[in-house]
Design a protein around this ligand. Structure first.
Ligand SMILES: [Zn+2]
Length: 397
């Protein structure tokens, strides 16, 4: 249930209603892959202003396992998180595992058989099973099990993955309807369901995938609540797939949510937002924070994608890139750098996060030098706050 407030060119702001509350778009979700964001508790998350988070079906299925999650009363109760959660289908993880090492499993049109990389135990996952697991998790938003080939596969193989993705989306949607009936879930309490658009770096395949998915919705009698962008949003060289993302957004019906899975850096999020994408998730703010990399807004600079090149393809010198980021509206600093040892200034005097309100750069540098998890936790909190503030600024563009 998505309502658009305002549209400027392709970008739009709106509100999504889920069974665990409303979310204003555009929004960013940190990855709580295994049911937690490393080092952060729910109170830390809440103070950053983050509302929804992403959990991963594949990882939770392997550990702690669905019996434990069910006994806890679902993923919200297990995590003690009362705000919206989205579960990724696990398709990307299972396929990556097998693409990297074919002895880890086998993919057929019917199912995927894979071995747990930790226990070696054999598991079978089907589109139906992925949906059942996501219902057992009790999430607010779920994603279809799809076939995500690496972007460097041949066009023929990517086209085959598109057809399989459409075929599996139908099985997912049929199972979704079955579970709604079986569990007697009312209209206001149903999780939102997202299809995933594959097609690699080919506009015609992306279009075919969206059209096929819309047909599936008509056939089953349920419109998709949203569409996700499947596979990587950058090519092998790390160059942002501008044309593909723009075209894919334009194929997706306006009333549906557009989810740019795994996007990304601040400048890529800004680019996607301006094309009409509404929701984003990425490990970057938390992972980079744990490594000591802090995102800083250059105050007074609007978050516009200028220059348009991504980091790896930017005309800026390395030093300039580090100082300005790729979008010109932020920079990153690395707290491991010895130059901060005697810098008693705030990280960002205008930021209201736990880190910036309470500590100096010198102290945070000392925490990283001492390898204390407190520094990693505070840096992740600051970076999430940076992403939340970016989302707020996008709403005013
Ligand atoms: Zn801060």
């Amino acid at each position: 249930m998505f309502k658009i407030f305002e549209k400027k060119n392709q970008a739009r702001t709106g509100i999504v209603t889920t069974k665990n509350g409303e979310i204003k778009t555009p929004f960013f979700m940190p990855d709580a892959t295994r049911g937690f964001v490393k080092f952060l508790n729910n109170e830390d998350i809440a103070r950053t202003g983050i509302v929804p988070m992403v959990v991963n079906t594949y990882h939770l299925f392997l550990s702690p396992g669905m019996e434990i999650v069910k006994k806890a009363g679902g993923i919200h109760k297990f995590m003690n998180y009362d705000k919206p959660l989205l579960s990724d289908s696990g398709g990307y993880q299972v396929f990556s595992l097998i693409h990297k090492s074919p002895k880890m499993g086998k993919i057929t049109d019917n199912e995927v058989v894979f071995r747990s990389p930790t226990s070696g135990e054999k598991h079978i996952i089907t589109p139906e099973k992925s949906i059942q697991i996501q219902f057992d998790l009790g999430v607010d938003m779920m994603v279809c099990f799809d076939d995500p080939p690496p972007n460097n596969y041949s066009k023929a193989r990517i086209a085959a993955a598109v057809e399989r993705t459409i075929f599996w989306a139908e099985r997912c949607l049929v199972e979704y309807e079955k579970q709604i009936k079986k569990r007697k879930i009312t209209a206001g309490n149903r999780p939102l369901i997202f299809a995933v658009v594959q097609g690699g770096e080919y506009v015609d395949l992306r279009q075919r995938c969206v059209e096929g998915l819309i047909e599936v919705g008509k056939k089953v009698g349920r419109d998709w609540d949203g569409f996700g962008f499947g596979a990587r949003h950058v090519n092998e060289k790390g160059v942002f797939l501008e044309e593909i993302l723009r075209a894919t957004a334009s194929f997706i019906p306006e009333k549906a949510l557009r989810f740019a899975l795994g996007v990304g850096t601040p400048e890529d999020i800004v680019r996607c937002y301006l094309m009409g994408w509404d929701m984003f998730d990425c490990v970057i703010p938390t992972r980079e924070g744990r490594h000591g990399r802090i995102f800083l807004r250059i105050r007074g600079q609007q978050p516009l994608p200028s220059p348009p090149q991504p980091l790896s393809n930017s005309p800026l010198s390395k030093g300039e890139r580090e100082r300005h980021g790729a979008g010109g509206f932020y920079e990153t600093i690395n707290m491991n750098n010895g130059k901060f040892a005697e810098d008693f200034s705030k990280i960002d005097a205008q930021c209201d996060c736990d880190l910036c309100r309470n500590h100096t750069r010198a102290y945070v540098h000392h925490l990283f030098k001492s390898r204390d998890p407190l520094g990693m936790r505070l840096a992740a909190i600051h970076n999430l706050r940076f992403y939340v503030e970016l989302m707020e600024e996008l709403k005013t563009l």
